[in-house]
Design a protein around this ligand. Structure first.
Ligand code: 5GP
Length: 203
């Protein structure tokens, strides 16, 4: 069978847009796809497990990884650092697995610059009012913090215009279906004449 390289798929959104749940749903329903496990200097939360949710590392290790060029991208988000290890992603892609990168917009833009063939998807809330309502509903957020998050969200959404595709998360099932559809289209598009014919002729 034809075996082409996997596609890097970046999914970003302002916090409160429902990105985590949509990414989980995607991974349940997509075959030949895996999630990239990021490195972070923040502490584990709740039932998060090292090596499954994140690689939790200290600042010294993160600094070394930057020096040794081990990151595909990295960024500071809410005063903590987060980065994608190059090697693991590259190996998965080489094996024909599509890699889902649930990362922030600064990281997504870096990946698109380095890998123009990456598919970048930005999720939008139905409205700024709805985003405020969703953030207020999170018991963890004080009202002042919600206003700060909203200001952050505006900046992120503005940068999201640089992504390939924008999907509105109004209805969860519809947004999940749209995500699957765009990835399916990209998989077909990925079988461009040169890569596909080369695979065929090399077998
Ligand atoms: P949290 O701390 O809530 O897990 O994540 C905070 C933000 O950091 C989220 O927007 C998440 O997508 C983003 N993030 C997680 N991993 C990475 C990464 O490897 N690189 C970048 N740039 N952002 C990340």
């Amino acid at each position: 069978m034809y075996q082409t390289k996997g596609i890097p798929i970046v999914v970003s959104a302002a916090s409160g847009t429902g990105k985590t749940s949509l990414c989980l749903r995607l991974l349940e329903t997509l075959s030949h796809a895996a999630r990239s496990i990021s490195y972070t200097t923040r502490q584990p939360r709740g039932d998060e497990v090292n090596g499954r949710d994140y690689h939790f590392v200290d600042d010294a290790r993160f600094d070394r990884m930057i020096e040794d060029n081990e990151f595909l991208e990295w960024a500071s988000v809410f005063d903590r650092r987060y980065g994608t290890g190059f090697l693991a992603v590259d190996q998965q892609l080489a094996g024909g697995v599509d890699v889902l990168l649930d990362i922030d917009v600064q990281g997504g833009i870096q990946i698109k610059e380095r890998w123009p063939h990456a598919l970048t998807i930005f999720l939008l809330p139905p409205s700024m009012d709805e985003l405020r309502r969703r953030l207020l509903n999170r018991a963890t957020e004080a009202e002042e913090a919600v206003e700060q998050r909203l200001a952050e969200a505006r900046k992120e959404i503005d940068q999201g215009q640089q992504y390939d595709v924008l999907i509105v998360n109004d209805d969860f099932e519809q947004a999940a279906a749209d995500l699957r559809a765009i990835i399916r289209a990209e998989r077909i598009h990925n079988c461009r004449p040169n890569s596909l014919v080369q695979v065929l002729l090399n077998t």
